[in-house]
Design a protein around this ligand. Structure first.
Ligand code: PMV
Length: 347
């Protein structure tokens, strides 16, 4: 029998920013609570996989053009979780080349965009290798989730929900779905300026943080809070209620860090500059009435959020008051984006 020809696939996928935070897992990468995020426009990963038939499978991985063996075990673990759905992993050698638009140490989680890009490429290659294989976007989301939980939400543009809520029949623990509502214009153009407080590696990984939720004394309270915030946030996204949005957004960020500070062992990822930035943002909002707000992921960097219509005045204040507080005055300016793109290869 003649060997099958080599095949390839390239995808560009976004990172995302959660407003209601996923914190704590159960089963195989299922969230203990629902989360809502929006996909970013500028922070993306582009991954190309070229696949050649090979009885032993196998893969190579390059990041920004360089061999990156430190990621092999993560990729292997991911492959083990999805190989029953994607036999291509067993029958082809995969040359994976990835690059990010944002620096590796920028404090933006690259795992969401990296894992969703891998999942898109693999599903596409599986379809090329076997035209009986069909997949839809929820299949890609559920595979991306197995690589990194938050990656489940990086398969769409705009606002997305991951995690089961009885009130929302289409919601699921296994995959993300687009936020089940019309989104008011003010939230369709939201900015996310990432104020870099530190680009050093985190002293405690998100994986360990999720693990500490298992025995956390506030576990049940946190799950109830996230469920409630998710339902409320969906309403605010629909009605354009900025005040309601800000309340949930900031409380979620501080609750996430509060959970870290109250786990056993306890820890904090906040730095003095994180708190100074938060206070500056709240002060500016009180003083001017401009609806700026903040959130944080599991790290010390502060995400400054604001609607597009205030971009001009926010930028002036940001440069004057916030930029000097950032590490090497670094700010990464991003905003809501339209989602993954298949990159058409030209030879
Ligand atoms: O996807 P993970 O395991 O890196 O966890 C992400 C957790 C947060 O970024 C803190 C919140 C979220 O929902 O993205």
């Amino acid at each position: 029998m003649q060997d099958k020809p080599p095949i390839s696939s390239t995808w560009q996928t976004p990172s995302n920013l959660a407003i209601v935070k996923y914190w704590g897992k159960k089963g195989i990468q299922e969230p203990v609570n629902p989360s809502i995020s929006f996909s970013l426009s500028e922070a993306t990963t582009t991954t190309r996989i070229s696949a050649s038939p090979n009885k032993r499978g196998g893969f190579s991985f390059r990041l920004e053009g360089k061999k990156a063996p430190e990621f092999h075990s993560k990729i292997e673990k991911f492959f083990d979780l999805v190989r029953s759905r994607l036999p291509i992993i067993n029958h082809y050698h995969l040359d994976i080349a990835s690059s990010n638009t944002f620096p590796h140490s920028s404090g933006i989680a690259s795992s969401a965009s990296a894992m969703s890009a891998l999942a898109f490429c693999l599903a596409d290659l599986q379809r090329q290798a076997n035209d009986k294989y069909h997949y839809d976007i929820t299949d890609v989301s559920s595979m991306a989730r197995l690589g990194s939980g938050s990656a489940a939400r990086s398969v769409y543009g705009g606002w997305n929900l991951w995690g089961r809520l009885p009130e929302i029949p289409e919601s699921s623990e296994y995959y993300a779905v687009p936020a089940p509502t019309q989104i008011a214009p003010v939230f369709r153009s939201i900015h996310d300026d990432i104020l870099i407080v530190s680009s050093s590696a985190k002293p405690v990984s998100s994986t360990s943080g999720h693990g500490l939720m298992e025995e956390h004394p506030y576990r049940e309270g946190r799950i109830a809070q996230a469920n409630e915030n998710t339902i409320k946030l969906i309403k605010h996204l629909k009605t354009g209620n900025l005040e309601g949005f800000i309340e949930i957004c900031e409380s979620e960020a501080l609750s996430l860090h509060g959970l870290m500070m109250s786990s056993t062992p306890s820890y904090t990822l906040l730095r003095p500059a994180s708190l100074t930035l938060i206070n500056e943002i709240r002060h500016y909002r009180e003083k001017t009435g401009i609806p700026v707000s903040f959130t944080m992921d599991a790290g010390p960097n502060v995400h400054l959020l604001y609607p597009d219509e205030f971009a001009e005045e926010v930028l002036i204040w940001e440069k004057e008051q916030l930029q000097p507080l950032c590490e090497k005055e670094r700010i990464i300016r991003d905003r809501i984006g339209t989602g993954p793109k298949k990159v058409i290869e030209t030879n």
